[in-house]
Design a protein around this ligand. Structure first.
Ligand code: AMP
Length: 194
């Protein structure tokens, strides 16, 4: 049962308006399905658009922002709850602890850090929640190919290649995530091991 999902996305606003529109639609789509959004707590770029899309549709939005970024990412006090944390690491642990899965939509380096940590922590057994990738506009075609390449060379175990669940639409992605069968992890990491 997915009550809340962590949504990872860019803090930039690309010139192509489809990206911000997509982020708003994802926020609204989750709210309409009764799924709360856990996200980085800022107002900028796609992050802000996800939050406002969800809030405008009556959804729950939990923002988690590190103290040092609160002004540069323009902390979003419209959130249902806004947690200020001491740093990036605590933020990512909270994303994981407060959510029942992850949805990554287009973004940059920070988004990649968050996505791959969710994958890595699934491999290490810190969580057993689904890791979804919304491949809208083919934005992640190369990442999906690279993930397969890492597995074919032998850096990703065959059983772990499918930790990333990729789909082109939110409905298809959520449907697959809801029936996710957890992978067998390498370890069973606890919070104190991170
Ligand atoms: P970006 O995709 O680079 O626009 O970043 C999106 C989100 O990732 C924002 O919430 C950033 O605060 C966060 N972020 C940026 N850089 C890092 C980093 N080095 N480690 C973890 N998160 C980051």
């Amino acid at each position: 049962m997915m009550k809340r999902l962590a949504v990872y996305c860019g803090s930039a606003s690309p010139a192509d308006p489809r990206y911000l529109e997509l982020a708003r639609e994802v926020g609204a789509g989750l709210a309409e399905r009764g799924i709360g959004v856990v996200y980085g707590g800022g107002r900028l770029g796609l992050m802000g658009a996800v939050a406002s899309g969800a809030l405008d549709a009556g959804g729950e939005v939990i923002g988690i922002i590190p103290e040092a970024l609160a002004s540069s990412e323009v902390a979003n006090h419209d959130c249902t709850e806004l947690h200020t944390v001491s740093g990036m690491h605590e933020r990512k642990q909270k994303f994981t602890d407060l959510s029942d899965g992850f949805v990554t939509i287009p973004g940059g380096v920070g988004t990649m850090d968050e996505l791959w940590e969710a994958v890595s922590w699934a491999q290490l057994g810190y969580h057993d929640n689904p890791v979804g990738l919304l491949n809208a506009f083919g934005f992640y075609d190369h990442l999906i190919a690279f993930n397969a390449h890492m597995a074919s060379v032998g850096f990703v175990r065959p059983a772990h290649q499918n930790i990333i669940i990729a789909e082109d639409t939110l409905s298809a992605l959520l449907e697959k995530m809801a029936s996710y069968q957890p992978h067998t992890p390498i370890f069973k990491m606890k919070a104190s091991d991170l």
